[in-house]
Write a protein that binds this ligand. Sequence first.
Ligand code: PA5
Length: 447
Amino acid sequence: MLSLDLRNIHSFVSQNELEGMENEIIKSIQTIYERTGAGNDFLGWLDLPVSMDEKTLEEMESISNELRKEIDYLVVIGIGGSYLGTRAVSEALKPNFPVNSGENPELIYAGQQIGEDYLHDLLLFLKDKEYAICVISKSGTTTEPALAFRLLKDHLVETKGQEKAGQRIIAITDEHKGALRQLAKKEGYRSFVIPDDVGGRFSVLTPVGLVPLAIAGVNIRDLISGAEKMRAKTGKDIPFSENPAALYAAARNFLYHRDKFIEILVNYDPRLHYLSEWWKQLFGESEGKENKGIFPASVDFTTDLHSMGQYIQEGRRELFETVISVKGVQNKLLVPSDKEDLDKLNYLAGKRIDEVNKMAELGTRIAHVEGGVPNIKIEIDSLDENHLGQMIFFFEIACAISGYTLGINPFNQPGVEAYKRNMFALLGKPGFEKETEKIKKKLDQEK
Ligand code: PA5
């Protein structure tokens, strides 16, 4: 189960004030379900938990089963929405340290930045490894993954030969358009489609996330069924007071209008680090436009209590926290007793390590709320596929509700083009000659 606890925002936003947002939030929910808002041609994610057809699921599982027998590593090539969802789910579920069972191929990533040394080291690492490539790009033309794919494709052909390499490359891209679709057709790669009406950051429950996750041994059916469960709990007929996504969207919008401009997603389990990275993209790219939007940040506690904790406790009071709290851990470890007790920890002897973590969580919450930082808590029973599916859909629908309530189009990302234009102009890409001239002049003026 996923539950939302808003009690620790009530010294900043009263229950009445929150309920006062009901009409506005209900309007946003109607806009989503009636598909009448800006960006309504990108609402395909809304039905993904119930629309995935059995044939595609079986096809994904069958390719996964075949590759899983052959490979130790899967290189996932993609950036932004084409990789963060996979990484969020996979890192949340895999053991903290590699258990050398050889059961599940390890996911490694490329094309999520342009580090030359990174790519060099990756090619070196893969030299004597059994690996496959899953290349993911909706547009099929994004520079970072395209660069990485050029290098890795050649490497796989060199080490395995043309035919075997062809069998070990899976392409996930647009059904018709883009360079990757063209290449997949030409080379005969097996491929899956990213639906037209699903944007990158909402695409984890399409083949974008499901194919690499299935190869990594994740139960993708449980992931989807978790999302389906949350979809049922957040539908348009659910009353405002019982809809966790509506309440979360209301709370964060209200806090924003009380000058709480930064939301920090907090976890107490290092495996949730990449869920925060996925969440930051989801909310940052959806809401940060027209000079508006909450800035999404994240911390890993208790680690960051020893770095960012000071700022959160006593810095500028424009923050609020959303804590993901996992009720049950999977393993049992007790604090050992020590004859000498030099570290004075014997008072904890016999207690679960998780109890110490939970008291750190509680103590931090009390301190931060007292320090002026409202605290929203999202609690899940355990870290498994089903709960991750619930969280994914919860945040997606909450993000759409929040975006419409803020008055922006949550489904476009016009701002990400600015750096690309400059980069292409600086690199001399054909078709960017005018921009090259403009940027040269600008740089000359700076001299
Ligand atoms: O959410 C988005 O739309 C972006 O983050 C894209 O996923 C990212 O830019 C990668 O684009 P593409 O899949 O076209 O390579």
